[in-house]
Design a protein around this ligand. Structure first.
Ligand code: GUN
Length: 294
């Protein structure tokens, strides 16, 4: 029987752990972790994400600071806001919602965030630390994927892991994390030759390409663990629904375990953002890192 990995339940477990730890920090140290989220412009999808982040941050007992700026905000104004958040002792995590309007230099904006407050793990400093095996802030989606894999499989040493997709946000950090778990890692992408054969060699297959149903059932090794990072909205018969990058109906017949879409990786991302904010608060305050499941 194929196991369906329940990201909703797992993420709820993490959020409970975060809330318990936050309550402890308040009691013992008078500390309240704070997350600042910066949204520039009116993108509706980004607006929904930011609202959900605020709600879940407050539910975990942390302070939430939302900065909504107009689409025409200048680079100087945005950099000055980030400078203020870097210096604010009530703020332990800073997230600038992407994408930014085209006139802004997203790379410069992200790299203006103090690395110890970079809860997305997107600054060059944290990317470098992750790549060289040093203590880093780790991007939330790959972190959630590794937590689920370790929870499911235990020690990942020696497993053949294939990551399909090479984005800075998911594919590349995912590959680094799997390497750090002693997997043999292959990163495949749209230009890879014979993607099907590469995928068939995977004990762990992570799909992060953003193409609905691209990974077919017969690309999956029997018994493999499949993590589907894709969240694609499709319209079928006049009805809209979310699907992953994996052809779930076919893959579920072959895989040993698989994450569904929705309800798999998606809910883990905000849970890991809360976990990262708590970790940042502990590190900034000279306290030990919290422990996470998996
Ligand atoms: N936009 C879509 N996903 C993300 C994310 O993980 N972090 C940020 N900052 N923006 C996003």
């Amino acid at each position: 029987m194929t196991a369906i990995i329940d990201g909703k339940a797992f993420s709820s477990n993490i959020r409970i752990r975060v809330a318990d730890h936050v309550a402890c920090l308040k009691d013992r140290h008078g500390l309240v972790p704070g997350l600042a989220v910066v949204l520039v412009g009116e993108d509706p999808a980004s607006g929904v994400y930011v609202r959900n982040k605020g709600i879940q941050t407050r539910e975990a007992g942390m302070a939430s600071f939302e900065h909504k700026l107009p689409a025409e905000t200048s680079q100087e104004v945005l950099l000055s806001l980030i400078g203020g958040l870097n210096a604010d002792p009530a703020v332990h995590g800073i997230l600038v919602q992407l994408p930014l309007p085209a006139h802004l230099d997203a790379e410069a904006v992200i790299n203006a965030i103090a690395p110890e407050k970079d809860v997305d793990g997107f600054t060059i400093g944290n990317v470098g630390r992750l790549g060289t095996g040093q203590k880093a802030m780790v991007p939330c989606t790959p972190l959630g994927c590794v937590m689920m894999l370790r929870d499911r499989l235990g020690d990942l040493s020696g497993q053949n892991a294939v990551v399909v997709g090479r984005s800075n946000i998911v594919g590349k950090p995912m590959a680094q994390l799997l390497l750090a778990e002693n997997c043999t890692v292959t990163v495949a992408h749209s230009r890879s030759r014979d993607l099907a054969a590469i995928c068939r060699g995977a004990d762990i297959l992570v799909a992060a390409v953003g193409r609905p149903g691209m990974i077919r059932g017969d690309w999956i090794k029997p018994g493999a663990t499949v993590i589907d990072v894709g969240i694609n909205r499709i319209v079928e018969g006049g009805r809209s629904r979310l699907v992953g990058d994996v052809d779930f109906e076919a893959a579920v017949q072959v895989a040993g375990a698989i994450t569904p879409v929705p309800g798999g990786v998606g809910p883990m991302t905000i849970a890991c953002l809360l976990a990262n904010t708590l970790t940042a608060c502990c590190r900034i305050s000279g306290l030990p890192d919290p422990a996470w499941p998996g």
